[in-house]
Design a protein around this ligand. Sequence first.
Ligand code: CTP
Length: 409
Amino acid sequence: MQLQGKHIVLGLSGGIACYKAAELCRAMVKEGAAVQVVMTEAAAQFITPVTMQALSGRPVFDSQWDRRPGNNMAHINLSREADAILIAPASADFMAKLLHGRADDLLSLLCLARPIATVPLLIAPAMNREMWSHPATQRNVAQLRVDGSHVLDVGAGDQACGEQGDGRMLEAAEILEDLIAHFQPKLLQGQHVLITAGPTFEALDPVRGISNLSSGKMGFAIARAAREAGARVTLVAGPVALDSPRGVQRIDVRSAQEMLQACIAHADASDILIATAAVADWRSADAAEHKIKKAGSGLPPALTLVENPDILATLAASDRGRSGALFCVGFAAESQNLLELASAKRLRKGVPLMVGNIGPQTFGQDDNALLLIDAQGASEWPRNTKIALARQLVARIAEQRTTTHFHTR
Ligand code: CTP
């Protein structure tokens, strides 16, 4: 319930993307939001107010002459109640209207009447690619941003008109993610966060290898939380089956050595490293070029393993790591004695913060329990969803970086 207690005005202007607004409305309600739908006359040509009423559970407003409100001022009432106004879809025409402060229908009227300092306006554009790239539209988008609106990205690809390009509305799930992100405190604004996630895969031959059960979910949740907090995020991911969080630069790697190279390439530009990856400790000394065949003797092949580089320890021991310019956070995956083993691991890796968790109880799960260990001591964070823990961790890192201290011992 990531929008619990939020009151959102969902405004629809005219466009074929109105069909996505139905799904978006439902998704917002599922996350706990109270959704008040307001539609323009053009929007009602694409989807009926009845549909939106059924999905939002509230009567839809579509006219400034609606006599239902006691004071007859729907535009004032609706804009004062809202925690945010989200226009999805926002047509080119509707954005042009907003830009000029025109107010000849209820939706544009309430956007103009909103208390600009306290009620954010989010705009999800939706239009044909030529309309989107037209200088008039681009000028309007730029000016709407200057005027304090949050214009979301557009999607690219197939369009309803049969053409291909930029301009279609984001998917409902993407808009929902941006809306939820909008409400998170911007604790890492302007910071660059580097995150490792998932397992690594160390080839033994072209079809087999050494890996582990890490799903990458914790690292991906932290990437999402860091981006929500305003950070620029680079996510170096081992082989996982997860979609990238929005707005995150993702680099896919396979082996520990590839992960190390990717991290080294981005470490100098980073302020924070959060190493959640379950890096395979060993790799084959000489991966076979072709599939290793059974010898027929019943004996297993003689595999020679060598230790992989320690990515976290390497970066923590760099000049920027030691000075704290790169604030390094490790994750300790243990199966027992968490406090003892994770504390020792923190000192061994030379990092100011180590997050302990029990591997078998977190790998693949959507929730987790954490034990945070720094130079001052340990604190237990009880079981919660990974995204909730990730937001808590981002807040903790933001605080620890600016207040205390940089102590590894
Ligand atoms: N780590 C790393 N590179 C490695 C091994 C671990 O960057 N080659 C990082 C992990 O991403 C994690 C932390 O170090 O942040 C601890 O990883 P973990 O697998 O718990 O510990 P190991 O160092 O592998 O030690 P052990 O296997 O003895 O528990």
